[in-house]
Design a protein around this ligand. Structure first.
Ligand SMILES: *Cc1c(COP(=O)(O)O)cnc(C)c1O
Length: 363
């Protein structure tokens, strides 16, 4: 059977060369005589894999020396709790920007833990069709951190700038845009991301944390959520998600071989431009996101007619363009065009959109 173009928001497409390499190595890895899935995480073969994964990611993202890279479990959602539990003791309070569903969940999780957290900006009243403007004077001067979600997967919005937080650590959920373009890691205190959008299969959560922020964990901290413990143990306090880390390593290697994040960004911009240029050139489909907040990873659009939207997703699926239905909370369509989506996939989508518009005139 042929592979389809899978526009799923996550888990999502992985680069074909990565899948093929994993397949070739699946039963016997190198000279080990076993699969990576069967290896002790303490074995020399596996130690080399996790160390290479970290080294490659550091090279790819140009991560400064004074940042720790952690390969964890529990998804980005677990970090919604881990962030305040690791950081809030710095000053006792924290600020949040709510720009969509995930940042809303992160805010609620910190509230649930009983902390003094404040939502300093939200675009909820505009249906999250853009991200808020965030300036330094909006943040409480004694906030332990400011939390943002950099790319809003469900709504298809993204910050076009990194908010200036001065000395206040910026904590960002980068789940759906990590390694899609170069980013200045030094502007952030903490970056975290679930791997299943743009990095690897599900099961791995990446945390990149500045070393001086490891000293504020709560006393009664669950050990598994404590970044410092994980950092001191090279992400191996317990069994790490071994195979998923191996897959992430293959993805990092694939991007490095392409030329790194600058090349990746060029490819992603080209794909996104193809789709947005088409959306801007016609009036059958509507792109609800404000231009300055457009994501290059998740592109949302609607016909304006819920039945047509449904028909679109269903017929596209039959044409080999899968998972274009928007998130269940917003409806419409969403094309997730992460790193692994080839340009040809977006070309096929635009061709299908034209055909569908011609065949389904609106009443
Ligand atoms: C998918 C996603 C999450 C949730 O990730 P899990 O790994 O399923 O917990 C959080 N934030 C963003 C931005 C996401 O895209």
């Amino acid at each position: 059977m042929n592979r389809v173009y899978n526009f799923s928001a996550g888990p999502s497409m992985l680069p074909l060369p990565v899948l093929e390499k994993a397949a070739a190595e699946m039963v016997c890895y190198g000279e080990s005589g076993m699969s990576v899935m069967e290896m002790s995480h303490r074995s020399p073969d596996y130690e080399a894999i996790i160390q290479d994964a970290e080294a490659m990611l550091r090279r790819l993202m140009n991560i400064p020396e004074n940042y720790k890279v952690l390969f964890l479990q529990g998804g980005a959602s677990t970090q919604f709790a881990a962030v305040p539990l690791n950081l809030i003791k710095r000053t006792g309070k924290a600020d949040y920007v709510v720009s969509g569903q995930f940042s809303g969940k992160a805010f609620k999780e910190a509230q649930k833990l009983g902390y003094d957290v404040k939502c300093i900006a939200t675009t909820k009243d505009d249906n999250f069709s853009h991200v808020p403007v965030v300036t330094r004077d909006m943040i409480r001067p004694d906030a332990a951190y400011l939390h943002i979600c950099f790319n809003n997967t469900i709504y298809g919005t993204k910050y076009s700038y990194i908010p200036d937080t001065g000395d206040i650590p910026l904590v960002a959920d980068l789940s759906s845009c990590i390694i899609s373009e170069p980013i200045d890691v030094s502007r952030f205190g903490v970056i975290y991301a679930g791997a299943q959008k743009n990095m690897a299969p599900a099961g791995l959560t990446l945390v990149i944390v500045r070393e001086d922020l490891l000293d504020y964990a709560e006393e009664k901290m669950p050990t598994m959520l404590e970044w410092k413990t994980m950092a001191e143990n090279g992400s191996m306090y317990n069994t790490p998600p071994c195979y998923t880390i191996y897959m992430a390593k293959l993805v990092y290697e694939w991007i490095l071989n392409l030329g790194g994040l600058t090349v990746m960004q060029e490819m992603n911009l080209k794909k996104a431009a193809l789709l947005y240029d088409y959306l801007d050139s016609q009036d059958y489909y509507i792109a609800p996101v404000a231009k300055e907040s457009r994501s290059i990873m998740n592109v949302t659009f609607v016909t304006g007619d819920a039945d047509l939207d449904k028909k679109f997703a269903s017929e596209a699926g039959k044409a080999g363009l899968k998972n274009l239905k928007g998130h269940r909370s917003v409806g419409g369509m969403r094309a997730s065009i992460y790193n692994a989506m080839p340009y040809e996939g977006v070309e096929a989508l635009v061709a299908f959109m034209k055909e569908f518009a011609a065949n389904n005139p609106k009443a």
